[in-house]
Ligand binder design. Structure first.
Ligand SMILES: [Zn+2]
Length: 245
């Protein structure tokens, strides 16, 4: 009983840090932009300090079945299908033996400045994880009349065709979720979904997995401080907050 209480307390207060990157190597440094150099330095910091990236499957097994994780487990995710995720992020991830999780909005694929289907396939074949970020990035929580077929089913099937693997994980555009969206995701076969910086919800932790946006200017140790604060908070039941990303 004591062990159970200790374990449940630990699980309640300790969440695996999940980072979210968008543009890499483009102009400006803010929550959506990071230089190539700072991206490299942040990942080098995690590598030098013994962090290990885990996959969504490993996180899911940990959250739902108590499967053990490395003590310095973290997840590195990328949103919105930017071309530099393949040209810049993947080589850096590979150098440090990290696995990335790429949330793809399928409308962009094969357009200039965005990932191609061949690149997505290659990323999956290198062991990186491909996941879904709708067709064209609507705020699903604000627009509940969205087409489930267009925004969830077709993108999921398209990514499955490209990668040859089941697509089970989803990231909410703008981090915006609602009970209705969670219900729709479950219905079409997703098993977990990632939001942004709202607190993880005790009611359905699988579908409100928390991430933080990484500021391009942070050094590795500054990022670690933010991570420690953000992911050691109690899981609460505050209402969802719509992010801007
Ligand atoms: Zn997005």
């Amino acid at each position: 009983m004591l062990l159970y209480l200790l374990l449940s307390c630990y699980l309640q207060f300790h969440q695996v840090p999940v980072l979210c990157y968008h543009n890499i190597g483009t102009a400006g440094e803010d929550a959506l932009h990071i230089s190539k150099q700072h991206f490299y330095e942040q990942l080098q910091y995690f590598y030098d300090n013994g962090y290990v990236t885990i996959t969504p499957d490993e996180l899911y097994a940990h959250m739902n079945r108590g499967a053990p994780l490395p003590s310095k487990a973290m997840m590195i995710t990328f949103d919105d299908s930017h071309a530099e995720h393949y040209t810049i992020a993947v080589p850096v991830l590979n150098k440090f033996h990290f696995k990335g999780v790429f949330f793809i909005m399928t409308v962009c694929l094969n357009k200039p400045g965005w990932l191609t289907t061949d690149e997505v396939k290659d990323m999956a074949s290198q062991g990186h994880i491909i996941a879904c970020h709708t067709w064209d990035h609507p705020n699903l929580a604000l627009h509940p009349t969205y087409s489930i077929d267009q925004q969830l089913i077709k993108p999921k099937k398209y990514l499955e065709k490209i990668t040859g693997a089941a697509i089970r994980y989803f990231a909410y555009p703008y981090g915006a979720w609602s009970e209705q969206v969670v219900k729709d995701l479950k219905q079409v076969g997703f098993i977990a979904a990632f939001q942004l910086d709202s607190h993880q919800q005790s009611a359905d932790t699988n579908f409100t997995i928390r991430r933080i946006l990484v500021a391009g200017k942070w050094t590795g140790s500054q990022l670690k401080e933010v991570m420690n604060k953000a992911f050691n908070l109690p899981i609460t039941t505050i209402p969802s907050q719509n992010g801007n990303y």
